[in-house]
Write a protein of this length. Sequence first.
Length: 387
Amino acid sequence: MKQSIEEIEVAGKRVLMRVDFNVPMVDGVITDDRRIQMALPTIKSVIDRGGMVTLLSHLGRPSGNGFEEKFSLVPVANRLSELLGSEVSCSDDDQSSPLILRENLRFNSGELSGDKTFASELSTGADIYCNDAFGTAHRDHASLVAVQHAMEGKPRVAGLLLSKELEYLDHTITNAKHPFVVVLGGAKVSDKMGVIEHLLGKVDTILIGGAMAYTFLVASNEQVGSSVVEHDRIEDARSLLVAVEESTTTLILPQDHVCAQHIEKGTPVQIVKGPIPNDWFGVDIGPEAMSTFTDTLKSAQTIVWNGPMGVYETPPFDIGTRQIAQAIAEATESGAVSIVGGGDSAAAISAFELNSKMTHISTGGGASLQMLEGRAFSSVTLLDDAV
Ligand code: ADP
Ligand code: MG
């Protein structure tokens, strides 16, 4: 466990806090301020105890050659100021205001390259470092790693958001109660292969749906018609299936499919069990797969879910994803711990209005997958261990 900001003295001290204010914006107007809202508890925890805060964030992808109006964090500073009811200074030169938001870190090319000089400039005047940016915690950028080297000897701690992510994605999973069931779906097989590999022998059952199932079905010599397949990963999928056979983990692929010829509302569909005809492709798991998957989830004590079961954006191809989400919600109600990662899975849960039914919905897509692969992040490893 990492030392949390709540456990250390901050009165009269300046906390350099890396947050994720990479909010969606249209013409300088923030369209969704959830990331700012979510950072409030950590910021307030410092301010309420008499500390001062310098916030660090990136926003979008500026060129790295200095200030660009459209990537400025000024609108974020204004919104934060409204939410906190106190002044937020958006400046790189201000060293004394109680609450400062530095301009977009990526205006300086040193951020992405992890530059030491930029990091030591960031750390000037800071007494404590706090990482609360889980979504970028798997990166080795200057504000995440080099800055911690620059502040060696000073307290370096986790913010409340990061602590919560680590609690679930690391602690809960490492000490998982069984049956431990992992549901994987979505489109990107390559992203999720490492997760399967790492979890072999640790989880009881892996359920695979979504487009990624078709690469595995081809690897098991099934005919998948024109379903989405990552052809250059078929061999890897085949080796992985052999490794599964040799492990204590059971991997279940959908035995039937909802198939279509176009991804659009109202297009004709057929349920296919067995070979999928050429010209047809799987758009959702079939009814038998739905009941196999939901039955498996019923008895689970720990559930990790990443990736939708079908093209959930286009109803009725959202049914499989919806049923899985409902089954996970019910298992959670009966005492299971449920952890959801991935942008599309989180969006689906929101659309089904099941957010409050899950134990934890991760804020980091790439970061949560890398945690599930068992990778260590320097930006986390360098933080002080809890005493
Ligand atoms: P997440 O963001 O939760 O990690 P991914 O980004 O890997 O998930 O995948 C989500 C995408 O996968 C969605 O856009 C969804 O439409 C697509 N998808 C799911 N099943 C299929 C399928 N059978 N065929 C094509 N696309 C699919
Ligand atoms: Mg996605």
